[in-house]
Design a protein around this ligand. Sequence first.
Ligand code: NAI
Ligand code: MG
Length: 500
Amino acid sequence: MSTPQPQTTERRYQLFINGQFVDAESGKTFKSPNPATGETFAEVAEADKADVDKAVAAARKAFDGKWSKISARDRGRLIHKLSQLIERDAAQLAELETRDNGKPIKESTYIDLPGVVENFEYFAGWATKIEGETIPVPGQVFNYTLREPVGVCGQIIPWNFPLLMAAWKLAPALSAGNTVVLKPAEQTPVTALELAKLIQEAGFPEGVVNIVTGYGETAGAALASHKGIDKIAFTGSTEVGKLIATAAADNLTKVSLELGGKAPNVIFADADLDQAVNGAMMGIFFNQGQVCCAGSRIFVEEKAKDEFLGRFKEKADRIKVGDPMDKATLMGPQVSEEQLNRIKSYVDIARNEGATVFTGGGSPELAEEFKNGYFFQPTILSDVDNSMRVAQEEIFGPVSSVITFKDDDELIQKANDTIYGLSAGIWTRDITRAHRFAKAIKAGVVWINTYNMMNAASPFGGYKQSGYGREMGKHALELYTQVKSVWVDLSGKPIGWFGK
Ligand code: NAI
Ligand code: MG
């Protein structure tokens, strides 16, 4: 961030295409509000199909040209340089993230930004380690594989971890030698465009990364259905994930999807209850509950229910909700008015379905400055049945549904009774029970006596309708490479099949 800008005036951003910052072809812009106040925080160029076409053409030119000629070592060095520039500017980027998204500064500083740096660093190291194989085929033949980049990748990301989601997508794609057109979410376009400045500063060739901010139905749909891309990667709602898969099917574009969840976070009576309560809080109140792997269904063993609920409520009521720029704040506003209204409607649905609003369920009392912000209280729903909508649909807010169970068999049946399968947690002192659960649960990530643990080296992704493909770790490279098998005759003899 070479040019510091005052916080009070609106920030203006352009699209990043072919190494240049440019206005949208239409000249259109859109406003991104600060969710804590509802006031406009930034004005951003609004990309449409024409801009996506330009970006895809730039990415294609870079893929066929300069980027393919750069050595793996230099590719790794560029990605590493980028991680260092992000680390240099981490404090300012964290502040911008908080102003654009609403998440507490404590989170953007200690979770988001370190995660971004870690992902670029980790995948910088992979660039020189992507290797083919030699295959022991029979006969006088030599067979080997080449692991090559897929090509031009479209990447569409959500607003819940704006810069971190950009890193999860860009880092493996670039490491493997692909070029990218990235579309950030319209709610949180700012930090991706700040990242573009650092991509420029790091010295990536023009067109390797292109960033087009705009709406899903226009820019996003144009990217997903584009004939010029070789792969589309998406993180967001299961509903839109299906649209992406459909659009991709038309061109047989490769697809990876990281979609919604309704994770079971299971508490057995034999667990350390203090730790389990903290784990339940981490599962559902972190990032205002706007987390795809949120532990939104809390399964409590029947006999521990009352004690758990008592302690959980006491701690939930004490969470400091408010000004996200305050270092002591643990929950800021939801990202948008639309999301806030969606959460409110689910609390009404819960009441109509016969659940109890055990605590929360409304907007917190806050200072005048934040009266137009999109805040919601930490909320616990009890007397929830697993078949209710609040137990089956992703709410994406700080709303936990507490469900009881009597034994392991009932638990597994209910925990798996969902269309989703992204993650799961279990709290118990019984290691046999914990591992039995880890095996039986249909989910891509399982946490035992912990929650939300992640690392750039460890794969993350879903079973069932939570998506396909794995992000992070070496598995992410499978999404961004394709295998070529090469056969070489060593016999020197002609093929005799049709006669000599
Ligand atoms: P969304 O799935 O509509 O948006 C995610 C991204 O997809 C954004 O960049 C958006 O512009 C883009 N998009 C939207 N429609 C598109 C289309 N037709 N073609 C191509 N791209 C498109 O999510 P939204 O509307 O912001 O939130 C709705 C719900 O989705 C949330 O309440 C939550 O349940 C879920 N969600 C899940 C996320 C996750 O991490 N799994 C992240 C964000 C939302
Ligand atoms: Mg949407």
